[in-house]
Design a protein around this ligand. Structure first.
Ligand code: ZN
Length: 322
């Protein structure tokens, strides 16, 4: 059976593996992304790790190398503006890797690759029209419409994290105001938790709202993470519930617009924040039902991503499967 090398370049790790055309991982490894962030160092780390797999699998069995990267990627596999890799701009990654290995290479924005992977092998399998979102430090996503990955004009369509949901909202890293990422990105969820905890409804000396979140971090609010809020919610904490309802409402507002725009069959939620579970999915669905055209809303499913911890490798390999 033919195989594909999938390589997912992240800010912290490079995940790479050999995947069959049926989406099964045969071999994989994880290497820390060089923190010098220089492009030469990152590229040489990537190509060395690809080379290791050519020692294990004959080249004639490999269809190609699929690479997922942060940043905007144009139709020629050139990368622009990766927010966490400052030197990763105006970089013809496809050409560099193709010339190095003399084998076909496909490069795609990581979140769009993820959407394609979920469509081929995950929660989107069996559907033709899906919206996929990844919720983590950043918010990314991809859309498959009529069985094709939506790419837009020249760069990557679906910079979903930077769709504004509020005209007068807070300033986002991208320069715009009111982007969804500014509300549901991991650090902004943590910020929301701190603000809610500090909103004084109790008399001094505590002056803080009571919540298990404070207890879990031993009173040190600087240690709050989305996982803390999730753990508190699992123990029926009211303030944690309030936070996830608010996050779900922001996302539901975004998706109610996207449902009207794209008429998807399924909305797939991936990334660390999705682990919080049903409160998020049911709130998003409720807001879509309230706010989208009812004929479009009624059939939409909101579900968690399915590919799990190897999603990046499988997704990047799936770029070779039309
Ligand atoms: Zn933005």
């Amino acid at each position: 059976m033919k195989k594909i090398i999938g390589l997912d370049l992240g800010g912290t790790f490079i995940k790479i593996g050999v995947v069959t055309v049926k989406g099964k991982i045969l071999n994989k490894k994880e290497i820390p992304t060089p923190q010098s962030r220089g492009r030469e160092k990152i590229i040489s780390t990537m190509t060395e790790s690809i080379n290791d797999f050519f020692k294990l699998f004959p080249k004639k069995e490999i269809l190609g190398i699929g690479i997922g990267t942060p940043g905007l990627v144009d139709k020629n596999g050139k990368v622009f503006l990766a927010p966490n890799l400052p030197d990763w701009d105006n970089l013809n990654l496809k050409k560099i890797v193709e010339e190095k290995f003399s084998i076909p290479v496909k490069v795609e924005n990581d979140a769009k690759a993820f959407a394609w992977g979920e469509y081929k092998f995950g929660a989107g399998k069996g559907f033709k029209n899906i919206i996929c979102i990844t919720l983590g430090t950043g918010v990314g996503g991809g859309v498959v419409l009529d069985g094709k990955l939506l790419r837009g004009n020249k760069y990557s369509a679906v910079e979903i994290g930077h769709i504004p949901i509020c005209y007068t909202g807070p300033r986002c890293n991208c320069g715009n105001i009111g982007c969804i990422e500014r509300y549901v990105g991991a650090k902004y969820i943590v910020k929301m938790a701190k603000e809610k905890l500090k909103s004084r409804t109790c008399p001094p000396p505590s002056g803080r709202r009571e919540s298990l979140i404070t207890e879990i971090v031993g009173g040190n609010l600087a240690q709050i993470t989305p996982k803390t809020i999730s753990d508190a919610y699992d123990k029926k904490d009211k303030l944690a519930e309030e936070i996830w309802l608010e996050v779900g409402t922001y996302l539901g507002t975004l998706f109610s617009g996207l449902v009207n725009l794209l008429n998807p069959q399924v909305i797939i939620i991936g990334g660390g924040i999705a682990q919080v579970g049903d409160i998020l999915f049911s709130t998003i669905k409720k807001i879509i039902d309230e706010r989208s055209f009812s004929l479009l809303a009624k059939d939409v499913k909101v579900v968690p991503a399915k590919l799990g911890k190897d999603a990046g490798i499988i997704s990047c390999a799936s770029l070779f499967l039309s």
